[in-house]
Ligand binder design. Structure first.
Ligand code: ARG
Length: 447
């Protein structure tokens, strides 16, 4: 008997080319633990249904728990044939009973969902720990002024803590998307067999629960052909990476020689083989690069699925590698970013001095004029003309002093702390608000 699970009707053995093109064991062996787990649950269900005797089930399950990872990937079509071959090595022909009423189609969908459940739980924790690190830094830097930008032009002062908490909001949404997806995918396909359901009288609900799923899938055709859960994961992960990429981009800018607001930890920076002075943000650039690639992984899977007739088609074998790659990327990117954020050295003085520039405070002067009852549009024109004059005369607004339209009290708005303190409405950057928001964020992340 070969390791192949099919072939009785074929007159010729599988060609070497077929084998090399068709086999998935080189990558789907990553599902070994899940395949064994699903098989143990199936053996148990077969015993309850009277297909396996108590003794047969016991032997089968004991042998399954002894299945070891492969030494070499050769000679097996996929992880399912590998597990069955190992079972046969240890318990002989009895191994053949395990596939009663089961197909690799419901098996692979179950394996992949189990794998994703674990990966999502891991990812949930990694997102939480990055979020918590950012929220803690926000609490420390709640009153650290820095320039806020729009169009990458200095706009108005914000605090570094407020910047940290902006990313916490994104991460909280990412985590909630992940949890939504996990909940939607929490249905067990096992017992759907090839496409039409299993002829064995299995209590599918009990089987689903024994594997840690919330419930069993409701339609066998859908169960073996659904990969929405994989697409949900890839979408969630790419949205997360897009956020991480924006964070990376901000930090590349803040640690650039042009702003020098912050300095990267040495242990997470690289040097140049040619230019001795260089300290490069490779970690951040790789995060940005991976975000681009993750969009490709998502669109690749969507394109893979779009034309597939029900139910299972072999195209779906290609659903796994994008998931494996995505997980591997996130397992490295998130801890690296978490450490980088924890150890990022902030130059508070430099940030503050950049944020205190007259021009970032011009909005405050217009607000002060408007608070005297002058329409904001007019106040905007007054300050705008004054800014034009200041630029032309290479002076600051403060140096230009008062005018018939700008009072000394208006000019008092040219103060970074005042400007920050005024943004005191819920969601604003006032230090007191940021401190409060940081505390709330830590609590929300704990949930
Ligand atoms: N290696 C296959 C996959 O990953 C397992 C399912 C095979 N099913 C089949 N009908 N050939 O999709």
């Amino acid at each position: 008997m070969t390791n192949q699970l099919w072939g009785g009707r074929f007159e010729a053995a599988a060609s070497e080319l077929l084998r090399r093109f068709n086999d998935s064991f080189s990558f789907d062996q990553q599902l070994l633990a899940e395949d064994v787990e699903g098989s143990i649950a199936w053996a148990d269900a077969l015993e309850r249904a009277g297909v396996l005797s108590k003794d047969e089930a016991k032997k089968t399950i004991a042998a399954l728990t002894r299945v070891q990872a492969p030494v070499a990937a050769d000679g097996y079509e996929d992880v399912h044939s590998y597990v069955e071959a190992k079972l046969r090595d240890s318990i002989g022909e009895l191994a053949g009973k395990l596939h009663t009423g089961r197909s690799r189609n419901d098996q692979v969908a179950t394996d992949l969902k189990l794998w994703l459940k674990r990966s999502s739980a891991e990812l949930d924790q990694l997102i939480t720990s990055l979020g918590t690190t950012l929220a803690k830094r926000a609490a420390e830097e709640n009153a650290t002024p820095m320039p806020g930008y729009t169009h990458l032009k200095r706009a108005e002062p914000v605090t570094f803590g407020h910047w940290c908490l902006a990313y916490v909001e994104m991460l909280l949404r990412d985590r909630s998307r992940l949890r939504d997806a996990a909940e939607r995918g929490d249905e067990c396909p096992l017992g759907s067999a090839a496409l039409s359901g299993t002829p064995i009288a299995i209590d599918r609900d009990a089987l689903a629960k024994s594997l840690g799923f919330a419930r069993a899938t409701s339609n066998s055709l859908d169960a073996v052909s659904d990969r929405d859960f994989a697409a949900d994961y890839l979408y969630t992960a790419s949205m997360l990476l897009i956020h991480l990429s924006r964070l990376a981009e901000d930090l590349i800018f803040f640690t650039s020689d042009e702003t020098a607001f912050a300095d990267l930890p040495d242990a997470l920076s690289t040097g140049s083989s040619r230019m001795p002075q260089k300290k490069n943000p490779d970690v951040l650039e790789l995060v940005r690069g991976h975000a681009g690639r993750s969009i490709g992984e998502l669109t690749g899977l969507l394109a893979l699925m779009k034309g597939l007739p029900l139910a299972y088609d072999k195209d779906m074998q290609l659903d796994k590698e994008p998931l494996f790659r995505m997980r591997a990327t996130l397992m490295l990117a998130l801890p690296a970013l978490t450490e980088l954020i924890a150890k990022l050295a902030i130059d508070r003085e430099r940030m503050k001095s950049a944020a205190s520039h007259d021009l970032l405070l011009a909005t405050g002067v217009a607000d002060a004029i408007a608070s005297r009852g002058i329409p904001f549009r007019e106040a905007h024109d007054i300050v705008s003309a004054r800014v034009g004059q200041a630029i032309k005369e290479k002076k600051t607004l403060r140096e230009l002093g008062t005018s018939d339209k700008i009072t000394a009290a208006d000019l008092a708005a040219l103060d970074v702390e005042k400007a920050l303190g005024k943004r005191n409405t819920f969601g604003g950057t006032a230090p007191a608000r940021v401190a409060e928001a940081a505390t709330v964020a830590v609590r929300r992340l704990d949930g």
